[in-house]
Design a protein around this ligand. Structure first.
Ligand code: ADP
Ligand code: GLC
Length: 477
């Protein structure tokens, strides 16, 4: 039995800001329990809701040597659907109303987290064969492991994998200002960890980890190019032989239109009439005109530049003025996008709804009730929203980048194949053209549209298939 420890800054159902939490919360469940003992270790943020914190029980506590002196580390644990989660407790680092704050604070916080993970393993008696680290927040684990525990027999067999969920986020700060990195050897701090005169957690992790993966095959290629490498393409090319892309899946139990308790009506298989009710109910709840003939486009997203909202803003008026389209937006993020969506929501009150905030329930209702799902990302390592929307028969309209390219098959009207609509260039006109095409199929070829909905719902994007690729990787290591 191989012991695998997932180390990450978020994980469902405890704390989530985006797709990383979905992956960390779902993938462990789908790994073969006969071969792998998989556990997860997360920070115990004070912002984890009280009713969820109640599920945790205290395991142990101790003080560890850190650059600031002896620091408290508490360990709690909880079991969810057969998976054991550990939580690193330290209220000095993990306070506040969200997991992430200012970069300066975050780099030091996650350096602490990474050290605390390694210091905790012997205390919880989990001698990991593999520590599977996710994103820059856990990227220093391979670094501390080699630099501080290289001679420690307890860790002699421990290997590390770093999975990059988004290369844009690297954990960068002034080299000498990160207290919890201060005792690393100068050669490490000023060479391996350095990029463009700053400390770069992700770069260090990439160099120190035994294997590096990212969340789709196309993104694995893109991050080796200057256009997609976010400044680290040279490093990515250098480690190309230990880099691979494994596409994400979704938790088919959590996202299931047949059993989803948040949907007013269930649907699935051959019976999809429930979806019509869900659309009507969604329109009613959001104050949109109850019009079944309008093509209702859903958006559920972090509102950031990455997600392509500049394109949406550019074409919104023209789209609304030339087609019977409605838009239901759910998201939080940058003020400029919140503002513009609020503006459209007020101007076109019965056709555009902008819910600014984070809500699982509203997200499920949009996935369930919308006709199409728009995701015109500038770049997208994998993307889970398009996978969830397909599962709910909501046809994705996406830009051909990263995981969107790998998971959405473009509609072919001759062969009647495909699971969505896609466009290549990051261009508002091109996007509008493809929305018009989708609209034409929706309005004028309802039978073809229904067939596409069914293909979407049948397509298998569950973890069942992708988890096997991680299992292979674990075995190889
Ligand atoms: P990313 O991780 O880049 O944000 P993904 O598509 O991989 O993008 O995953 C986003 C996840 O977060 C999906 O599960 C999506 O439903 C969810 N999500 C994003 N924004 C919100 C929101 N405002 N409310 C509820 N869920 C959201
Ligand atoms: C990141 C990416 C997204 C991916 C998610 C989970 O947040 O932006 O594309 O699906 O991580 O891997």
């Amino acid at each position: 039995m191989k012991k695998i420890l997932f180390a990450a800054s978020e994980g469902n159902p405890f704390i989530k800001t985006g797709g990383l939490a979905d992956v960390v919360g779902a993938l462990p469940k789908y790994l073969d329990k006969g071969k792998f003992d998989v556990r997860v270790i997360l920070p115990k943020y004070l912002c984890i809701p009280q009713e969820i914190r109640q599920k945790m029980s205290h395991v142990t506590e101790f003080y560890a040597d850190m650059p600031r002196g002896k620091e408290y580390i508490g360990i709690d644990k909880a079991k969810v659907e057969g998976i054991t989660y550990y939580f690193i407790d330290n209220e000095h680092y993990f306070a506040g109303d969200s997991p992430y704050h200012e970069v300066f604070e975050d780099v030091n916080k996650f350096a602490f987290y990474s050290r605390a993970v390694l210091a905790s393993l012997s205390k919880i008696r989990f001698r990991a064969d593999i520590i599977h680290c996710h994103d820059w927040q856990a990227a220093l684990i391979p670094v501390f492991l080699k630099e501080f525990y290289g001679q420690d027999p307890y860790f002699q067999k421990t290997k590390t994998i770093l999975t990059i969920h988004n290369q844009k986020f690297q954990g960068r700060w002034k080299i000498d200002d990160i207290e919890n990195c201060r005792d690393l050897p100068p050669d490490c701090r000023y060479r391996a960890m350095e990029a463009y005169h700053e400390t770069n957690f992700l770069k260090a992790g990439i160099l120190y980890a035994d294997r590096v993966t990212t969340v789709s095959a196309t993104y694995a290629q893109e991050i080796q190019s200057q256009a997609g490498g976010e400044g680290l393409d040279g490093v990515m090319r250098k480690v190309a032989d230990k880099l691979s892309g494994i596409v994400n899946g979704i938790d088919n139990e959590e996202y299931n239109p047949m059993t989803d308790p948040m949907l007013p009506a269930s649907f699935g298989g051959k019976r999809i009439s429930g979806k019509k009710k869900d659309k009507k109910e969604l329109q009613r709840e959001l104050g949109l005109r109850e019009d079944n003939s309008a093509m209702l486009i859903g958006i559920v997203s972090r509102l950031t530049e990455q997600k392509g909202f500049d394109l949406v803003n550019q074409i919104m008026e023209e789209m609304l003025n030339t087609m019977n389209v409605q838009v239901a937006i759910l998201g939080t993020g940058e003020e400029r996008y919140q503002e513009s969506f609020r503006y459209f929501g007020q101007k076109y009150a019965d056709r555009v709804s902008a819910t600014i905030g984070y809500s699982e329930e509203c997200a499920h209702k949009i996935y369930g009730g919308a006709d199409a799902f728009l995701m015109p990302s500038q770049f997208e390592p994998c993307g889970l929203s398009q996978l969830i929307s397909m599962r709910y028969g909501t046809v994705p309209i996406v830009r051909e980048t990263g995981g969107l390219k790998d998971t959405v098959e473009a509609y072919n009207e001759i062969w009647q194949t495909g699971t969505g609509f896609s466009f290549a260039n990051y261009d508002a006109g091109e996007m509008l053209m493809i929305i018009r095409y989708a609209y034409d199929v929706f309005q004028n070829h309802p039978k073809e549209w229904r067939m596409m909905m069914k293909r979407c719902m049948k397509a298998d994007h569950s973890w069942q298939s992708s988890a096997g690729n991680y299992e292979k990787l674990y075995q190889e290591l």
